[in-house]
Design a protein around this ligand. Structure first.
Ligand code: CA
Length: 351
């Protein structure tokens, strides 16, 4: 009796600690969400660069480290760009870890390398705007950092995954029990054809991040990690107009000066050039404030067959024959764009 009472007490203490220390900030708790920022990073106007700015201007998030992965760019270039943006933001204290330079399986075909091939490039990095940062990437690999951090803080780490899912899939494969220790993963990726706006942006039905590494996407989707998916269905309902851009750059900060340097010319040439979809930025925003988006639980899987649907995410409210591998995850499908953009613009303009 005494022993079981002690065990019960311990369980109660643990439950109390975990529910107070890590309650969502919307509920008023002060503790920030501990995040690993996994990214195919390039400086703005690329969305990863804009998403990192939002994360670092948001006290609800504590970015423990940035891990890079081949995707929008070549991994070494992305790493150089991430280090440079951290320097501009005055946050060179945040460590950057180099991740996978290639997807698990996906080969760089001639079509891929011509149209979407930076994830397959071996080109040496060029100096980011303003030159290479003084800080260097860490010696520890991205995968080792991710595994070490999650295993040392079970149930406490949220992963923001806004590039191909190669690093996360390797971590899952390398460390048994890792997936069960991740609190949550917020993914920018996929497009669900059975919902509105579910076509792809690389192939007719495949979204870029899932398409670059379909096998990794499937490993992560099937991992059992609680997933919040920001797919093309919801990003297609965002709208970053020039008015919002003007509100951001009306403030004078190191970040806004950098944004003007990078984005003014594009807006002058075409006011709608950057206007339109927000991808990785919405992934970060919806972690900070989940009420910005509307979601539904769906069974989702990723096609890894090497045919016309390679990299396509398929989702449904119920399981289906042939889709037995699908796992239930939370799929965002609508957004309050005005409230999202208001939050985004206000934060990027912060000192
Ligand atoms: Ca990205």
């Amino acid at each position: 009796m005494k022993k079981s009472a002690g065990v019960l007490f311990a369980i109660l203490v643990i439950a109390t600690i975990s529910s107070t220390a890590f309650a969502h900030p919307q509920g008023g708790a002060a503790a920030p969400i501990k995040v690993i920022f996994d990214t195919d990073f390039l400086v703005p106007p690329q969305d990863d660069g804009l998403a990192l700015a939002l994360a670092l201007k948001s006290p609800e998030l504590q970015v423990l480290g940035i891990t890079t992965v081949a995707g929008n760019g070549e991994m070494q270039q992305e790493t150089a760009d991430a280090l440079r943006e951290l320097e501009i933001l005055g946050r060179s204290d945040i460590p950057v870890y180099m991740g996978a330079e290639r997807p698990l399986v996906h080969q760089g075909t001639e079509w891929a390398q011509t149209v979407h091939g930076k994830w397959w490039s071996d080109a040496p990095p060029v100096a980011p705007p303003g030159g290479f940062a003084k800080a260097q990437a860490q010696k520890e690999s991205a995968v080792d950092f991710i595994i070490r951090t999650v295993n040392a803080n079970p149930g406490q780490i949220t992963i923001i995954a806004i590039g191909p899912l190669t690093n996360i899939a390797i971590a899952i494969r390398q460390s048994p029990g890792f997936a069960q220790k991740v609190k949550q993963i917020n993914i920018m990726g996929g497009a669900i054809g059975s919902l509105d706006g579910g076509g792809g942006n690389v192939t007719p039905n495949a979204e870029f991040n899932f398409w670059v590494d379909p096998e990794a996407a499937q490993v992560v989707v099937r991992s059992g990690i609680p997933i919040k998916l920001t797919g093309l269905n919801v990003t297609r309902k965002t709208d970053f107009t020039k008015d919002w851009y003007d509100k951001i750059v009306a403030a004078d900060t190191p970040l806004t000066r950098f944004l003007k340097e990078r984005m003014d010319r594009g807006y002058a040439a075409n006011p709608n050039r950057r206007g339109g979809q927000m991808y990785d930025e919405l992934t970060v925003a919806s972690l900070i404030d989940p009420t910005l988006v509307t979601s539904k639980d769906m069974y989702v899987d990723v096609d890894i067959n090497h045919g016309p649907d390679y990299g396509v995410s398929v989702g449904a409210l119920k399981t289906w024959e042939g889709g037995e591998g699908a796992r239930q995850i939370s799929v965002q499908y609508d957004v309050d764009n005005d409230r999202f953009m208001k939050m985004y613009a206000e934060r990027l303009a912060r000192k």
